[in-house]
Write a protein that binds this ligand. Structure first.
Ligand code: NAD
Ligand code: TYD
Length: 367
């Protein structure tokens, strides 16, 4: 028997969102053991968890979620009774270059976890008492929304993604996440595995790998490198501070209704170019540069293939059922994020050396 009240497996805990989830749970639940399973790809970095690495209720296991035997032995050895599944390949541009890796990790990896959990958790009479498989997904599975002139709260369009919106993914990344969501639901419907799924909008905050828009551009502004804005910068995303997402995951893991899907979002839509202008302003100010000094770094480049025009999410189901709402205004969260990157340049240098630099040069040349 384990000494802990619960034994929770967090997959992808060394990545951006996963590390915030692990930190929150290790600090909040001293009577839970948090087992972080991560393959440590280019996106996984144990330095993200330095502050909790020595905690008695935390441990790390290096493993690939697609390795069914290994995943099975971990579930058994650590007497896992709950899984929060975040491990994934997560960058759309990479998925366009290398879709197989996305299918392998996001689809086969999720299936391997589901099957391992089912085999270990299902008791003789077929029930799964006290177990939960929580799957973390993205709003990108719903496809793209139009830009129009709406009334009400959404500034760029009247339509929002609802939990009932039909799946219509466009990129290999979103197609692989959609597929994983379907497998999770199939395990619930077919075997009765207790599952909860959440689909969240774009996250930002500390520890995000600097290939995604916000950290990439902060880093480039610091180094006076061009800021490659795809197309005309008119695409719209809903943005949520990563710690608010981690709080929502904690809430849903404990209180979400089994078999349900919940949207998580910030009611915070921004055009890319407006974010870029705001970032330039904040970084220049915090670096003591004159206002507008880095504006000339903004460079319009060839659009991303299949670039989704607009994502906007309605998270009122989560707000209504569990009272969750984002805690931060975007401008405040963005300034906090920029300060973190300026104060932690060694982190960025560490993760952008070697492998990533080669990838970046292949994608963008020397821009
Ligand atoms: P990330 O790329 O920063 O981290 C992914 C983590 O998964 C890394 O630590 C990596 O090492 C690990 N990993 C990758 N392949 C693995 C494998 N085969 N086995 C074990 N570990 C593996 O991603 P993120 O931005 O933190 O996203 C986490 C999850 O949240 C993903 O499922 C993603 O689809 C979802 N999500 C992300 C966002 C966002 O804006 N970043 C928004 C909504 C949902
Ligand atoms: P990204 O951070 O890659 O997240 P996602 O594609 O999952 O939304 O990109 C956010 C938006 O920024 C998206 O519309 C693409 C755009 N973008 C650029 O214009 N330039 C860039 O270099 C990157 C990485 C993204």
């Amino acid at each position: 028997m384990s000494d802990f009240k619960r034994n929770i497996l967090v997959t992808g805990g060394a990545g951006f969102i996963g590390s915030h989830v692990v930190r929150l749970m290790v600090k909040k639940y001293h009577d839970y053991r948090i087992v972080n399973l991560d393959k440590l790809t280019y996106a996984g970095n144990l330095a993200n968890l330095d502050d909790v690495a020595q905690s008695p209720n935390y441990c790390f296991v290096k493993a690939d979620i697609a390795d069914f035997e290994k995943v099975s032995s971990i579930i058994s050895e650590y007497q896992i009774d709950g899984i929060i599944h975040l491990a994934a390949e997560s960058h759309v541009d990479r998925s366009i270059k290398d879709p197989f890796t996305f299918a392998r990790t996001n689809v086969m990896g999720t299936l391997s976890l589901l099957e391992a959990a089912r085999r270990h958790w299902q008791s003789g009479d077929g029930d799964f008492a006290g177990k939960l498989f929580y799957h973390v997904s993205t709003d990108e599975v719903y496809g793209a929304l139009e830009l129009d002139s709406p009334e009400g709260e959404a500034p760029y369009g009247s339509e929002l993604f609802l939990e009932t919106t039909r799946y219509n993914p466009h990129s290999p990344y979103s197609a692989s996440k959609a597929s994983s969501d379907h497998f999770v639901r199939a395990y619930h419907d077919t075997y009765g595995l207790p599952v909860v799924i959440s689909n969240c909008s774009n996250n930002y905050g500390p520890n995000q790998f600097p290939e995604k828009l916000i950290p990439l551009f902060i880093n480039n502004i610091c180094h006076n490198r061009p800021l490659p804005v795809y197309g005309r910068g008119e695409n719209v995303r809903d943005w949520l501070y990563v710690e608010d997402h981690a709080e929502a995951i904690d809430l849903l893991f404990h209180n979400g209704r089994i078999g349900e899907t919940y949207n998580i979002g910030g009611f915070n839509e921004w055009k890319n170019i407006d974010i870029v202008r705001l970032l330039v302003k904040i970084v220049d100010r915090l670096l003591g540069r004159s206002e507008g000094q880095s504006d000339s770094l903004i460079t319009y480049v060839t659009d991303r293939a299949g670039h989704d025009l607009r994502y906007a999410i309605d998270s009122s189901k989560l707000a209504g059922e569990l009272g969750w709402k984002p805690s931060l205004q975007f401008e405040e969260g963005l300034e906090r994020t920029v300060r973190w990157y300026l104060d932690n340049r060694k982190w960025t240098e560490g993760v952008t050396s070697g492998d990533y630099l080669r990838y970046y040069q292949e994608m963008y040349g020397n821009r």
